[in-house]
Design a protein around this ligand. Structure first.
Ligand code: ADP
Length: 392
């Protein structure tokens, strides 16, 4: 193990469960802070795995690799919520893990997560578990179509969601995932149903919380999705200060409801009558917080690491009045970097982040870019121009 660099006796080898772009940006920050990293992921040469010689590429389900990873690190965090909490328990017996396995148990299953939030007094869309086919129809009868049917676990970027506008579409969702005789056991997923929220805006707030319960609360941002994937983030959201403040309060309550330690993204819906409804919590750095690298005094990645190490948290305030982040989603099957960045780099303020994924696929998150500025229209236009100027 490597000696302490931050404070005497403090951990310095940070283990990250997962090796994607979130782990990569955590690692970039960790190195700047004098830490070292180890990464465990299923497969070699992940974006973060490429950054360290302590890359364990057979994943956490592989006994030997998991053992070597644990031995190598002082403290562990994660970049995705899909790891089995029973494995996290085993890891936690040997090394501190944040967010904790208990937090992950509350978060990983969207139904349990929403129940937890409801108990904490946080407003959510109406929802129910769908354990048999008629549960979805009964629910739709009480809240009205459309309803959104979601797999309770392992959903991301909308994979695992189906909007049912009528009964036959709810039936289709049940036939796809339902636990009925004749369904392929590999297809079966526990599912839930939610009322369809007719929102005007989707909002998100990043919160970092350390082990002493200290908080760094980021601005409320507007997230714009296409096909259930986040495309653009505007910070702060173009809304009344009072709404933004309420969103921040909900985000803090949500993180406290799961006793979260680390960095968390809390997603919400705003309806035209001004009500806010909780959507979900990500127990890790979040796409809606990438703008914080250039846009805030302390990035979400740095405050996540500080929180995990139980250090004081840095200011989450924006450096400039506006920040815009746009995702670079794969448009083709081919190489993972653009054919040319020359035109894009003529943009004076756009900061390009490429994740170093080998292959591009349609809809895959290949990178993002951020522009910070003083005025929303100019900043948004510059970001859009920079995205358009990339040649793929
Ligand atoms: P994931 O975990 O895949 O990100 P979410 O549950 O956040 O899934 O859903 C992805 C997107 O689907 C949301 O950002 C939103 O645009 C839409 N969505 C999810 N739930 C609802 C709902 N109850 N009503 C309307 N739209 C929804």
């Amino acid at each position: 193990m490597i000696g302490s660099l931050l404070t005497p006796g403090a951990p310095t080898m940070l283990g990250i469960l997962g090796g994607g772009q979130l782990a990569k940006m955590l690692a970039q920050t960790a190195y700047r802070m004098g830490l070292h990293i180890a990464v465990i992921e299923h497969g070699e040469n992940s974006p973060a795995g490429l950054m360290t010689k302590h890359e364990f590429s057979q994943g956490w389900n592989h006994e030997g690799d998991l053992e070597n990873f644990i031995t190598c690190v002082d403290i562990i965090t994660l970049e995705n919520e899909f790891i089995d909490p029973a494995i996290l328990d085993r890891i936690a017996e040997r090394r501190p893990v944040f967010p904790s396995p208990d937090t992950m148990r509350l978060v990983q299953d969207k139904f349990i997560q929403k129940e937890t939030m409801q108990k904490a007094g946080i407003p959510t869309p109406r929802f129910c578990a769908v354990d048999k086919e008629t549960d979805a129809y009964d629910f739709a009868e009480s809240v009205g179509y459309p309803i959104v049917i979601k797999t309770r676990k392992f959903g991301y970027d909308g994979y695992g969601n189906m909007t049912a506008k009528r009964r036959n579409e709810a039936y289709r969702a049940w036939m796809r995932w339902g636990n009925y005789e004749g369904n392929d056991p590999d297809q079966v997923r526990p599912i839930m149903a939610e009322e369809f929220v007719d929102f005007t805006h989707e909002l998100a707030v990043m919160v970092a919380r350390n082990r002493r319960g200290e908080l760094a609360i980021y601005p409320c941002v507007e997230t714009i999705q296409k096909d259930h994937i986040c495309h653009t983030v505007i910070a702060p959201a173009r809304l009344d200060e009072s709404i933004r403040k309420r969103a921040q309060d909900i985000a803090v309550s949500a993180v406290e409801a799961v006793q979260g330690v680390g960095g968390f993204g809390v997603e919400m819906f705003l309806r035209s009558d001004g009500t806010l409804l909780y959507n979900e919590i990500a127990p890790r750095p979040h796409n809606s917080g990438h703008y914080t690298i250039e846009g805030c005094h302390t990035s979400q990645f740095e405050n996540c690491i500080r929180a995990v190490l139980n250090l004081p948290l840095g200011s989450a305030e924006q450096r400039t009045p506006v920040a815009v982040m746009m995702n670079l989603l794969g448009e083709r099957s081919g190489p993972g970097i653009p054919d040319s960045v020359v035109a894009m780099m003529q943009s004076p303020h756009a900061q390009l982040h490429l994740y170093g994924k080998k292959d591009s696929r349609k809809g895959r998150k290949m990178g993002h870019l951020t522009v910070i500025g003083n005025d929303i229209d100019t900043t948004l236009a510059e970001a859009q121009r920079a995205v358009d100027d990339l040649v793929w």
